[in-house]
Design a protein. Sequence first.
Length: 355
Amino acid sequence: MSVQNWEKNVRKVVPYVAGEQPENKNVIKLNTNECPYPPAPGVLTAKEKMDMGDLRLYPNSKSESLVNALAEYYHVKPTQVFVGVGSDDVISMAFLTFFYGGEPILFPDVTYSFYDVWADLYRIPYKTCALDENWRIDPADYKQPNGGIIFPNPNAPTGVFEPLEKVEEILKANPDVVVIVDEAYVDFGGESALSLLDRYENLLVVQTFSKSRSMAGLRIGFCIGSEKMIAYLNDVKYSVNSYTMNYPALQLGVEAVKDEAYFKATTAKIIATRERVKKELSELGFTFPDSKTNFIFASHKSVPAKEIFLALREHNIFVRYWEKPRINNSLRITIGTDEQMDVMIAFLKEYLKDR
Ligand code: PMP
């Protein structure tokens, strides 16, 4: 088909491809790092009590209830907190706001595959820095001229957590650009860079309710940074959409933050399951970097990842596989319930018996 004149004015992008959300509820879904447990009990009670008549009104555009709850929980000022429609929305807004310098932004070569999509969308030049053979970041790579830095910690899809000394080394070397630490998975055994906020005005820490707070479906993400950075972020947000956070997200999000005991119990359960699944996968001939997340990034010693991926899929067990350089022999397996993991391990035992 020929390109019509109007198409020359189109902002063309190659979109991010999210993990599959199958209609079939019988699938064991270990492909998008969701939490296998329901949201906190208080969230479910609040949902019953929610006044749906209020849906006729616009929500509070400053998302004050949720911002205040997060500020209290993380011991920061409300003016240091920004919330969005999942951390995808928060990071996208942060790219739009802070990466406007002309120099390439830097991120790891193996990382969350949305970063290059946002960079392309907003026409931000970028350079990737290769992780080493153990999937570690070399801070020296981040000492070159750049227009900003982003990396997840722990990283995805590798699951590798970098100690805060390394994060700080990168911050120290980059006082003139914004450094974003994407902590989507930090609650599963990592350590947050929030403790560095007092010393680095250019640090933005992003987190999400999608994994450790069991609320991927509601779409809540947030970031914490200096008051100055949050003010810049809000200026951009209010120039795109005043009402990003809907009424149910605000009401229910607050309840999730309040229930610290449930949050701690759920994350502890996932960590315990992960640790025993690590042992079982090792016994089956898998290797993986040590994960501090709710997933394991595993390769088998003799069977190609794609084959295992397809075989698992045949048996309604969905994991994530990418046909991409460096990671095309690895599977990213989300930690589900103990029962779900038992089914997966039992299948793999049989499947890999003579291999
Ligand atoms: N960052 C990383 C590293 C992720 O893996 C994800 C999940 N796909 C996100 C951010 C976005 O998650 P959400 O928008 O659900 O908060």
